[in-house]
Design a protein around this ligand. Sequence first.
Ligand SMILES: [Zn+2]
Length: 280
Amino acid sequence: MSLDLSDGRVLHMASTPQEPSGAARITLLEEIPRRVFDSCPICGDPATDEEHVPPAAMGGGKMTLTCAGCNHRLGSHVEADLIDWYDNHITLPRFTAPDVQGARRTARIPLKWTPEGEFVLLLSGSIDPAIDEMLQGGEITLAGLLPDENRCRLALLKHAYLAACLRAGAPAGADGDLVRHDLIAARDATGRSEVPYSPLAMGLTVIRHVGATPLASAPLVRAVVHLSEEPIEGVLLVGRIFVSWSSTFNPGHRPDQDRHLQVSLQVGEPISGTVQSVDP
Ligand SMILES: [Zn+2]
């Protein structure tokens, strides 16, 4: 993303993924087309609702039908974390400053850095005037939440599983049952915070492509990744996120993930600008 600043400078910024980075070789095999089943591929109830695979917010298309519960309830339990992770956003940001009483909230905030590694605080929409006051004070604390890894992985499991169903039908047998069990448990949780831990989802191989252009334009492409000797088969979502169709099951990884983020920011002089370009 680039901004034209009012003093004539151009501010470039990018999202830096927090995951360890490295190179993986990927072979794209074939586009996976839309396919509709009579019953929900996840739970077997009548398939009634258009399902975006992956979620529309990531650029997914209407690829199949699922039941209302697996579509909306499962989606609302796990997909917000996937989208925040995909977009590199902080959830529920909260600002405090020494000279202003109380905390103020804003909509979610993108994590963006300049090439020199300086954090760029990008606020959009209507902003509480108290936040302006805080920023003028020169010192501000930003707190918020990072995406929940287990829920993010469960959302990836849902969409990788649906992609596998579109290609070859809902898998019968024990392997398919394990996936369906964890997805239905996430759907039927009493709330987002009650979604059970899934060693199956945590054991998926997930690789993110951070280049300027996606590797494919189709939302779903069957692909093979070569990380070690054994090639790993799976699906490439929107040309950017590879998710394996196998899991190493990761019961030992149960994260004591600290999702809380808190940083103190020294704020410079405010400057206005207009958006020049936005990466796809
Ligand atoms: Zn269902």
